[in-house]
Design a protein around this ligand. Structure first.
Ligand SMILES: Nc1ncnc2c1ncn2[C@@H]1O[C@H](COP(=O)(O)OP(=O)(O)OP(=O)(O)O)[C@@H](O)[C@H]1O
Length: 228
């Protein structure tokens, strides 16, 4: 589903953010990406989305070698990979419904399909009935659920969550984890970068630890392994 083969990323300032990374993630896996600040987690995620280009090596996403993917094809790649961020990134002047509908419109989804699917996606994240409210009328946890709903339009095979619980209290974080687990059980491969020790230790999922751009650990049922 996702494969990194001898991938290195050297930024223009000389920093080696990824250093000969070899990783294979199968369809349907739930993988935590952990590691100290500056270890390369964001660079790893960005290279799956082709927001940064690997300097050397090859990356496959959903069986497509994206290393040489033409710029024109990048939007097709992004359709296969939903993304959720720590800071939600919702449009403040659009309602919950409109935030999701707008993302579907950008992908060229017909209005009829949008009208049918938005309620289904809202129910998946437990927000049925909240379609007409604005993001600032929602709690942080609810906003993150909207952002997960938006990421799941078109039912992408891969969902990337970059510190999705970073702005949330522990109880709310677990509500988000339950939703991610449900989405994973429905077949979506999930990659989650996190600094949340409790979540990683309790979930008992695969853990890939990056340190100084390299894979320091890759455990089938792993732990967070750091003190922060
Ligand atoms: N655009 C860039 N230009 C130059 N160097 C960069 C750039 N982005 C990241 N870096 C450097 O690459 C290294 C890896 O950064 P990255 O953001 O991938 O780490 P991270 O593990 O996501 O960190 P954090 O946990 O703090 O988010 C760091 O040394 C960082 O300073």
């Amino acid at each position: 589903m996702i494969e990194f083969s001898n991938v290195s990323k050297r930024y223009d300032n000389g920093v080696m953010a990824l250093n000969n990374v070899n990783i294979k993630i199968e369809k349907g896996e739930f993988v935590f990406i952990v590691g100290p600040s500056g270890a390369g987690k964001s660079t790893f995620i960005k290279s799956i989305l082709k927001e940064v280009d690997a300097t050397t090596g090859k990356i496959w996403v959903d069986d497509v070698n994206i290393t040489r993917l033409h710029r024109r094809r990048v939007p097709y790649l992004r359709r296969k990979v939903g993304v959720v961020f720590q800071d939600f990134r919702l449009l403040p002047n659009k309602t919950v419904y409109e935030n999701i509908a707008y993302a579907m419109e950008i992908l060229g989804t017909p209005q009829r399909t949008i009208r049918k699917q938005v309620p289904m996606i809202l129910s998946l994240v437990g927000l049925s009935g909240k379609g007409n409210v604005y993001p600032n009328q929602l709690s942080g946890g609810e906003q993150q659920r909207v952002s997960i709903a938006r990421a799941m339009i078109n039912n992408p095979p891969i969902l990337i969550a970059d510190e999705p619980t970073g702005n949330l209290d522990p109880e709310t974080s677990w509500e988000i984890m339950k939703i991610l687990r449900t989405i994973n059980r429905r077949g979506t491969t999930i990659l989650m970068a996190t600094h949340d020790k409790d979540i990683v230790d309790i979930m008992k999922k695969r853990v890939i630890a990056l340190e100084r751009g390299g894979v320091a650990r890759d455990e089938k049922i792993g732990v967070y392994g750091y003190d922060d």
